[in-house]
Ligand binder design. Structure first.
Ligand code: SF4
Length: 348
């Protein structure tokens, strides 16, 4: 079952009866980043259904940039810390709503304790982030999954002994089977919220397949309170993929369902390009509608007759359909604006 405990991250609650949250991770260093552009991008990711964004916090030079993001971001921000507990303390001082640490690579226990006590004082959250590749001890009698679960439970005990419970746990492996086994075992032994993800998942296609399988199975067993689909590519694609997994499982309602035909030799309309252009914009809408982008006018409208809106075309002409009925013939250049105008009119 979904976790019973709730972790508070700024105004976002993770776990319990709350919706499964979507996360992504910024793909560049913050140092020297164009802050205005970044804050705008975070706003767009939020509109697309992202709840939480993580940043690498790899040196003390990150501090001034991170504190700007923490102040201006519309969604909670997470600092990803490795090895040096002073970076974790600095990230908390800089306004991190949550930090992700692996106590096993922080070193002596007193260092983790300092970090945990600082997070407790400031009312912040911590993710205990374990990867199968960086476990602190090598017990050859245990499977990797068991080793991850036992290690996570040991860390939770430490945290609780220091009076801290605002914790999320992740147990990730690039092997999908190990990830699933670890999540299942952990959720049978603990009621802390779990963050799910398949680490080093690969390109958009490979990652989407692997993550859909692993996360989809676990979510259908009511395991998982936040998810990230790691993609070697645009972080916007991570958010789209994560939301699609949730929608497919009926764990997320509303929003635009974009359908498009696979295309065949009959296609007369560059539906692939149109999907690339429209997908991020449609994902930012809250309307509970379906939009179809079809490759030809011969079969497309018929195949898309159940869609609320459909676009197709021939050459430089485009055709807009509403519930299978042709409502406008426009130029290709006007197709996007005509679609959004129709969606806008549909709200009235
Ligand atoms: S809508 Fe047209 S282009 Fe697309 S798959 Fe069907 S027949 Fe082919």
């Amino acid at each position: 079952m979904f976790s019973k405990r709730v972790c508070h991250v700024r105004s976002l609650d993770i776990g319990g009866d709350n919706p499964v949250r979507v996360q992504t991770m910024y793909d560049s260093s913050l140092i020297g980043a164009d802050m205005d552009a970044l804050i705008k991008r975070i706003g767009k990711l939020s509109a697309m259904g992202c709840d939480l964004i993580r940043f690498s916090y790899s040196s003390l030079d990150d501090a001034p940039y991170f504190s700007q993001v923490a102040k201006r971001s519309v969604m909670p921000v997470v600092a990803d810390i490795h090895f040096d507990y002073r970076l974790a303390l600095s990230a908390l001082e800089s306004g991190a709503d949550k930090i992700r640490i692996n106590p096993g690579n922080i070193g002596a226990k007193w260092k983790t304790r300092e970090v945990v006590l600082a997070a407790k004082d400031m009312g912040r959250a911590i993710r205990i982030g374990l990867n199968s590749g960086s476990l602190p001890r090598d017990d050859r009698h245990l499977t990797k999954a068991d080793l991850m679960v036992n290690t996570a439970l040991d860390y939770i005990n430490d945290f609780e002994s220091w009076g801290f419970e605002n914790t999320v746990v992740s147990l990730k492996a690039s092997d999908v089977g190990v990830t699933m086994e670890a999540a299942r075992k952990f959720s049978s032994l603990s009621d802390y919220p779990i963050h799910l993800g398949v680490t080093e998942a690969g390109s958009a296609i490979v990652s989407s397949v692997r993550s859909s399988w692993a996360l989809g199975c676990l979510l259908s067993e009511h395991i998982g309170d936040t998810i990230r689909v790691s993609i070697t590519g645009d972080i916007e694609d991570e958010v789209i993929a994560a939301n699609e997994i949730l929608r497919t499982q009926n764990l997320k309602k509303g929003g635009v369902r974009l359908v498009s035909c696979p295309r065949c030799g009959r296609h007369t309309f560059d539906s692939r390009r149109m999907v690339e252009i429209l997908q991020p914009k449609l994902m930012a809408l809250k309307d509970d509608i379906s939009v179809a982008i079809m490759g030809c006018q011969v079969n497309g409208p018929g195949e898309a007759k159940d869609a609320d809106y459909a676009l197709t075309g021939i050459g430089k002409k485009a055709f807009l359909y509403e519930k299978g009925v042709l409502v406008r013939e426009i130029t290709l250049d006007d197709a996007e604006s005509a679609l959004f105008e129709a969606i806008e009119n549909g709200r009235k």
